[in-house]
Design a protein around this ligand. Structure first.
Ligand code: ANZ
Ligand code: ZN
Length: 799
């Protein structure tokens, strides 16, 4: 018998599938459409990661199965290819980013093909292709025309080593997400997108989509809607007011001091009234080097009291001190707070450190130990005593003349980068007319070639050195004007790529409304949890905007993704992150070479529950290979001309049912277990499968291990590809459990009879039997001393 040698069969079938267009989606087909999407990768020089393989294989299984269930499946792939690593590589080596990208894409594509993924390569997109980014730029011009893009000088997160402005989302623990370097603040004119205008919709519309609850929670928290009050505290000596934002106006009688963010503009006027302005000045300087994230860390609180100025608590007219402290952030609320140490933990720690009064105004806690942050009955609050928090809020608010206010944590999105390898922002600045968009017919604004990719020391884009490109004419008045030299962040191309797949070659629109109407929304989108507050939120925003302006057909609704799921990460052996520096990266090519693509696929589906992070285990890979070896062997030698035995047939139909359901629930690991169990039953069976049953077995195995299934199928001489077959149905008769009659006795006397599943356990039988009315009567509430159980025959309670 010929041995199972994946290297001899896998490429052959990949070519065959390509040639026969088995993975191509058909526009406007009458079949039911189904759009499966995986996050398109950044084609880095490092090549495909085994983590990519997990997500892609999972949806490939779904795609293959649904095609066999007669659905018109769209399962596309593309390249999110603008970005820093490629650019940094260009700076280091002088190679053009375009060339580096081309090379990486070639590698990735080859790797994905070698995994047997059934992508529709006719629809491949690449965000760095001018034909693609023409539309990324067009979307920007639309945002500008609709007042959702504006340029503003602002303090941005600045990575000292990448020399790049970072969005809040790109700063992790006060460090640059990319290089791990220190992040400081820098004032810069930046293009901003008003995502804040969509804050409410981004929260509310989550009710209409099928996302995992944890994804919804993370998105809601990121948008961070908070309803509260703005209250003015008078500062008599400076003849001014300090406005604070609070969600707990009910605690105002416990407000024993105010805190300003050190950058608060009101300090300009207050400083001169303080006797310790030097100290204040010094503290302010120190703060400037800290990121907001560092400032929110749970560390010892620091601050400085403004000596000589005080504020008046409007509820009781008491004089209270004013501090500056870096735990209050300038870019949230009003940049100042009323501190209620009894009921806010940060204020509590600060008050302890600086010996400030802690006045309990909500009962229910133990404020000797920690702040009580819950709501409750008011005390020490004059006429509001004994009221509950909720009720008191309106009344106190009225008394002190406070205004209701809704705040959001989400900020407008910093959308410019002073770098090279990104989409040029299609804007022109004219001294007379100000900013104007590049006209539609001039798009795309192609990224020009430059000699040097390093940003200038002031942090300007290298494009600024290309005078010929920068100097242009104002689209409005035709006088000399200059192009914007900033480029878009690497999130820009992924905002809308899923729509381009619907109509990838359209040169008139980013996609025709007919194709969008047919394919959208995405039915099922799988991706990483790490994109929850970045890509997933951004692309929902852009989609809503395009829907608002009618660029996405109205009948589609304003959410791009019907269902979202998330895979767990694959870690290195030992449970640590795979990284080049640790030398523990598993290369899928090597696994495919040694064990085969089907083994890699089966292993990655079997390794653990799909949503959970899991460590790589080479023994598991070997196990998957042994399983496929066995299937190969059995399919060739352990088959019969007669009927399969009833036991084997039953086991097969149980497996068909289980696998059919497990795939839909992303329970791939239990599906593979079911295959393994079945293969044991098959091996132990005297005769093995007959041809018809073997065919059904191969069909349900085929999405997991497409190459071996196709090869074994071809040997059955059935003609066409197994992937043109109909997904098998299970025979309900065969999977029904057999029933038996169980006799119930109490003290050896027959008291009843129940029908139960054959093979029921003693525990289950005892529970069922004890709940029969007649048994209950005879048991008379007594706990049996002993239970005698004869399997499938009798249960006897001894009392
Ligand atoms: C008084 C108070 C009493 C507060 C109390 C809380 C508990 P969310 O829900 O996140 O919106 N705060 C307001 N602006 C701030 C800023 N710029 N930097 C740091 N903290 C700020 O939180 C609102 C609460 O966070 C506000 O309500 C304020 O503290 C604080 F028992 O005011 B509270
Ligand atoms: Zn002009």
């Amino acid at each position: 018998m010929q041995e199972y040698e994946p290297s001899k069969i896998e490429e052959k079938w990949q070519k065959y599938w390509d040639k026969n267009k088995l993975s191509e989606a058909e526009d406007f087909s009458d079949k039911k459409k189904m759009y499966f999407l995986v996050e398109f990768p950044y084609p880095s020089g490092a090549g495909l990661h085994v983590g990519h393989c997990r997500s892609y294989t999972a949806l490939d299984i779904l795609a293959r199965k649904r095609r066999m269930q007669a659905e018109n499946v769209l399962f596309p792939m593309g390249w999110d290819a603008f970005g820093l690593p490629t650019e940094n590589y260009a700076i280091k080596t002088g190679a053009h980013p375009k060339e580096a990208t081309k090379k990486a894409v070639k590698t990735f594509k080859k790797q994905e093909k070698s995994l047997g993924l059934s992508f529709d390569w006719q629809r491949e997109v690449n965000t760095t292709d001018p034909k693609y980014y023409k539309w990324t730029q067009w979307i920007f011009t639309q945002l500008f025309k609709n007042d959702l893009a504006y340029k503003e000088k602002m303090a941005i997160n600045w990575c000292l080593s990448c020399k790049i402005g970072l969005a809040n989302e790109e700063v992790v623990d006060g460090k640059c997400e990319r290089c791990g370097g220190k992040v400081t603040k820098k004032e810069k004119e930046q293009w901003m997108l008003r995502i804040t205008k969509y804050a409410d919709r981004l929260i509310n519309d989550l009710d209409n989509v099928d996302f995992p609850e944890r994804v919804k929670i993370l998105q809601r928290d990121w948008v961070g809607k908070s309803e509260g009050w703005e209250i003015e505290f008078n500062v008599p000596k400076a003849n001014t007011n300090i406005k604070v934002f609070t969600t707990r106006v009910d605690t105002i009688y416990g407000a024993t001091y105010l805190v300003l963010a050190p950058e608060h503009p009101i300090l300009e006027s207050l400083k001169s009234k303080c006797s310790n302005s030097d100290e204040v000045e010094k503290y302010i300087k120190r703060t400037l080097n800290k990121s907001d994230i560092e400032r929110q860390e749970n560390k010892e609180k620091t601050g400085v009291k403004l000596k000589g100025v005080t504020a008046i608590n409007p509820a009781n007219n008491k004089e209270i001190p004013i501090f500056i402290a870096d735990y209050v952030l300038m870019n949230y609320g009003t940049g100042s707070i009323m501190a209620v140490p009894a009921h806010d933990q940060r204020d509590f720690e600060f008050a302890k450190k600086y010996s400030l009064p802690i006045i309990e105004v909500i009962s229910g806690g133990d404020i000797d130990k920690e702040a009580y942050i819950g709501e409750g009955k008011l005390i020490n609050s004059e006429e509001f005593n004994n009221m509950f928090s909720q009720e008191s809020k309106e009344k106190i608010g009225q008394k002190i003349g406070a205004n209701k206010k809704i705040n959001y944590k989400i900020r407008d999105w910093v959308f410019s980068r002073q770098r090279y390898w990104g989409e040029p922002i299609p804007m022109i600045n004219c001294e007379k007319c100000g900013w104007a968009t590049v006209e539609d017919k001039e798009l795309p604004v192609e990224l020009p070639n430059v000699k040097e990719y390093t940003p200038s020391d002031e942090g300007e884009s290298p494009l600024i050195k290309n005078r010929k490109w920068v100097n242009t004419k104002c689209p409005k008045c035709k006088s000399p004007a200059k192009r914007e030299t900033d480029v878009m962040p690497n999130w820009a191309g992924s905002n809308w790529y899923f729509m381009r797949y619907c109509d990838p070659n359209n040169s008139e629109e980013f996609a025709s409304s007919e194709s969008l109407k047919y394919w959208m929304p995405v039915d099922w989108y799988n991706g990483g949890m790490e994109h929850t507050t970045l890509h997933l939120l951004y692309s929902r925003f852009i989609y809503k905007f395009l829907w608002d302006i009618g660029a996405v057909p109205k009948e589609l609704g304003s959410e791009p993704y019907k269902k979202r799921t998330s895979h767990g990460m694959i870690l290195a052996e030992g449970g640590v992150k795979m990284s080049k520096s640790k030398g523990n990266v598993v290369n899928p090519d090597e696994i495919i070479k040694e064990y085969g693509a089907d083994t890699l696929r089966v292993y990655e589906m079997f390794m653990g529950p799909f949503e959970q992070a899991i460590a790589w285990d080479i023994n598991g890979v070997r196990g998957a290979r042994r399983f496929l070896d066995k299937i190969w062997r059995l399919s060739k030698s352990h088959i019969t001309e007669q009927k399969s035995s009833i036991e084997l047939k039953k086991a097969l139909h149980k497996t068909i049912k289980k696998v059919t359901e497990d795939i839909e629930n992303l329970k791939f690991n239990t599906a593979v277990s079911a295959f393994m169990e079945l293969s044991n039953t098959w091996q132990a069976d005297e005769n093995g499968f007959n041809k018809n049953d073997l065919k059904n077995f191969l069909k349900v195995l085929s999405p997991f291990a497409p190459h071996i299934a196709e090869e074994l199928w071809s040997e059955l001489e059935e003609g066409e590809s197994i992937f043109l077959e109909k997904w098998p149905e299970y025979d309900i008769q065969l999977i029904q459990e057999e029933k038996v009659n169980l006799i119930i006795q109490v003290n050896g006397k027959v008291r009843g009879k129940i029908e139960v599943e054959k093979g029921i356990t003693e525990q289950d039988a005892a529970n069922l039997a004890a709940n029969e009315e007649n048994t209950k009567k005879w048991l008379d509430n007594q706990k049996p001393r002993k239970v005698i159980f004869i399997k499938d025959k009798l249960i006897n309670f001894v009392i």
